[in-house]
Design a protein around this ligand. Structure first.
Ligand SMILES: *[C@@H]1O[C@H](CO)[C@@H](O)[C@H](O)[C@H]1NC(C)=O
Ligand SMILES: *[C@@H]1O[C@H](CO)[C@@H](O)[C@H](O)[C@H]1NC(C)=O
Ligand SMILES: *[C@@H]1O[C@H](CO)[C@@H](O)[C@H](O)[C@H]1NC(C)=O
Length: 682
């Protein structure tokens, strides 16, 4: 966007003026006229285009034209100059009798200047996009994209690349967005003129700008040599929080200078993700007086949000821990992952230090710009013994890392990322969520006290915007994670997924059916070493257990209603899994008595790992009928209808008894969405 610039001229003087191609100079003819001028005329060389406003009656102002009180001369130039002063314009002033009273002469030099970005998001920096200075969501939107350079190109002293303010490896450049300064004009700018790049203090906390060592001079051999000598040492830092404004070289001829823009922080509560960078042409007044900007070009970027990947996306790599006591589980997982054809990464004991909850320490996601994407792990403030794993083992070239730091006292079990999930894409009352919606668990809204996901993580999640979060009620669970009662599996029909919910009612229904069919003496937990088997009859006679499960069902139903509403689901989109819970007493603060919270009564089948069409489900050890576990049979029949295959994994001793299951003990890195986040309609 170019605004007209008012130009001062003095009669009987020759002034030299730099004009940016496409911009307009306005000269108030009356203001600069000698006293008692009555007429004026204007002459100029062909490269200069001028007109008078308001339009005089005379069609030509080459001959004396009456000087009107508010006549303004409008000057534009259509081509860049080859030499300084190569265009000229003169204004002649005449008295009553058309005698010459004075004459103002302009020596004009035209330059083309454009600071360019990939505003149309096709991976190429186009020339002077009219929309480059603003940002708009959607397929017909515009505005460039910036990545947080949160991976680490360094192999020795590993740190995210954002923590160093220089470029040590050329491979780091691909994590930055290219910005091009295109100029065309004489070999050098007239004396005293200069180009500066600048940004605001606020934006400088979120971004850095580097310049390319080897400017691309298209047709000017001499200046090429000059600049090559100048910048041969690396990629100098141009703008940062310490340097908000810096002169950038003007190369001359037809030139393109490349800049690399590096994002330093993700959108958050105090940062909407938008960044602007300006480039100005400064005009000297005279020595000792600051230059004034006569032309400013502006570009805008949005920092790419961190995006989570739902169960319906294709897996790439499965992560689990090896501990001294989980051989059985490991074996089951190895087989499942091998059968499914994905990579398996085992975190060994020296690194996990006995912490097996791979789901809880981290969440996989990714960031994307039009030409580039890479996975980014969000490290939970949980900080268990797996704390070092995300940083030490995952952060690396093309693997980014982000975390939010909370005070110890503010961190609860709800900050583990078994309590952070994401739905598949949904449409809710006409509103599309093509990247799904984040799901977290918090305290019941009416509770005066209770555990919550810590504010810094919640703020971060909400600020990403593209997967608008939903808060569920999970504080009724002892561990308090949403993955204890819900999951998503792919489906061939309807919305292309089903929501699975743990359901005590479905559990009781199944057990009553068994009793009715004469299997009341079939036993739960049969064959388990340290577990007392329990008959179906016994379970059904336990009034206390039934009451507890009624409470649990009502907690899950509350969440079911929220999920139906917030994800736009129908009953047909939900499958109830037969799972019973029990309540256990949890010591509360002194004098407040005990608080009762729920845990799964037998392995919690909803807490599964989803690998394409293969499900790894905690082996429930349910009552056997004709040699087959009735819970497994039910589970398989529910899932097979969707074309899914169930593998039951024995996690009883090493996970279930420690209040977690297969999902809690694993993590999956998945392919990114095909859908580009900037195409979201906001
Ligand atoms: C351009 O014109 C200005 C003003 O007339 C003059 O001071 C300057 O030296 C000229 N530059 C060149 C390269 O001729
Ligand atoms: C950048 O330019 C825009 C429009 O010309 C202006 O409003 C803004 O203040 C400038 N910002 C900086 C940091 O110079
Ligand atoms: C927990 O977080 C939710 C969601 O941000 C918020 O609405 C609620 O007020 C918080 N509850 C407590 C007890 O802090």
């Amino acid at each position: 966007m170019i605004h007209p610039r008012t130009l001062r001229v003095d009669y009987d003087k020759t002034i030299s003026v730099v004009c940016v191609v496409g911009s307009e100079l306005n000269v108030n003819l009356n203001r600069s006229a000698p006293p008692s001028s009555r007429f004026f005329s204007v002459k100029c060389t062909p490269s200069v285009w001028c007109s008078i406003s308001p339009q005089p009656q005379e069609t030509s102002y080459l001959s004396p034209t009456p000087l009107n009180g508010n006549s303004v001369l409008l000057i534009t130039m259509t081509h860049a100059s080859e030499f300084e002063n190569d265009s000229k314009l003169s204004v002649w002033y005449y008295g009553e009798n058309k005698e010459v009273l004075g004459r103002a002469i302009l020596h004009l030099t035209a330059v083309e200047i454009s600071l360019d970005v990939d505003a149309d998001r096709d991976g190429v920096v186009e020339k002077d996009n009219p929309n480059k200075g603003s940002w708009k969501w959607g397929p017909d939107g515009h505005g460039a994209v910036l990545l947080v350079n949160c991976d680490s190109e360094r192999s020795f002293w590993k740190k995210p690349d954002t923590e160093q303010d220089y470029i040590s490896k050329v491979s780091d450049l691909k994590d930055m967005s290219v910005m091009v300064l295109r100029t065309k004009g004489p070999a050098k700018l007239p004396e005293g003129y200069k180009l500066t790049m600048h940004m605001s203090q606020g934006d400088a906390e979120s971004v850095r700008v580097f310049m390319s060592r080897s400017p691309e001079v298209v047709n000017n051999a001499q200046s090429k040599k000059l600049l090559y000598n100048y910048f041969v040492r690396g990629y100098p830092l141009v703008l940062s929080s310490e340097v908000l404004s810096q002169e950038v070289p003007y190369i001359g001829g037809v030139a393109e200078m490349k800049f690399y823009v590096e994002g330093l922080r993700f959108p958050d509560k105090d940062f909407d993700g938008l960044i602007s960078i300006n480039l100005s042409l400064l005009e000297p007044i005279c020595a000792g007086i600051p230059e004034t900007p006569i032309f400013t070009d502006k570009v805008m970027f949005r920092v790419a949000p961190w995006i989570m990947t739902p169960n319906t996306l294709k897996p790439v790599e499965v992560f689990i821990c090896s501990t001294s006591d989980n051989y059985q589980f490991l074996k089951g997982m190895r087989n499942l992952v091998a059968k499914s054809g994905y990579k398996l990464k085992i975190c060994h004991e020296y690194m996990n230090r006995g912490d097996r909850w791979m789901q809880d320490e981290l969440e996989f996601g990714y960031i994307e710009s039009p030409p580039h994407w890479f996975p980014v792990v969000l490290d939970s403030p949980r900080d268990g013994k797996l704390d070092d794993f995300p940083y030490n083992e995952l952060l690396g070239p093309d693997f980014g890392y982000v975390t939010r730091v909370a005070e110890r006292k503010d961190v609860s079990s709800l900050d583990s990322f078994g309590n952070l999930e994401v739905s598949p894409p949904v449409t809710v009352n006409g509103k599309n969520y093509p990247l799904g919606r984040i799901i977290i668990g918090v305290a019941f809204p009416t509770a005066t006290k209770g555990r919550n996901m810590t504010k810094v993580v919640q703020d971060f999640l909400w600020a990403q915007k593209v997967q608008e979060p939903i808060a569920l009620f999970s504080d009724w669970l002892l561990v308090g994670h949403v993955d204890e009662f819900m999951s998503f599996v792919p489906a061939p029909d309807r919305k292309h997924f089903r929501l699975l919910l743990a359901s005590p009612d479905a559990g009781y229904k199944l057990f009553r059916g068994l009793q009715k069919d004469g299997h009341g003496q079939a036993k739960l937990f049969e064959g388990l070493k340290y577990e007392e088997p329990r008959t179906v009859d016994d379970i059904l006679n336990d009034r206390h257990l039934q009451n507890e499960n009624n409470y649990v069902q009502s907690c899950i139903d509350w969440n079911r209603d929220v999920l139906k509403r917030e994800l736009g689901l129908d009953e047909e989109d939900i499958i109830d899994l037969p799972i019973l819970f029990k309540l256990v007493a949890e010591e509360e603060e002194e004098g407040k008595g005990n608080e009762y919270r729920a845990v799964a009564y037998y392995p919690d089948m909803v807490n599964m790992i989803v690998l394409g069409k293969n499900l790894g489900i905690p082996k429930p050890f349910g009552p056997k009928v004709n040699g087959r576990c009735a819970l497994e049979v039910e589970m398989c029949s529910l899932m097979e209808g969707l074309g899914l295959s169930c593998t039951f994994i024995d996690d009883f001793a090493s996970y279930h008894k420690l209040l977690g299951e297969v999902h809690c003990g694993s993590n999956v890195r998945r392919e990114p969405f095909d859908f580009k986040w900037w195409n979201l309609e906001m």
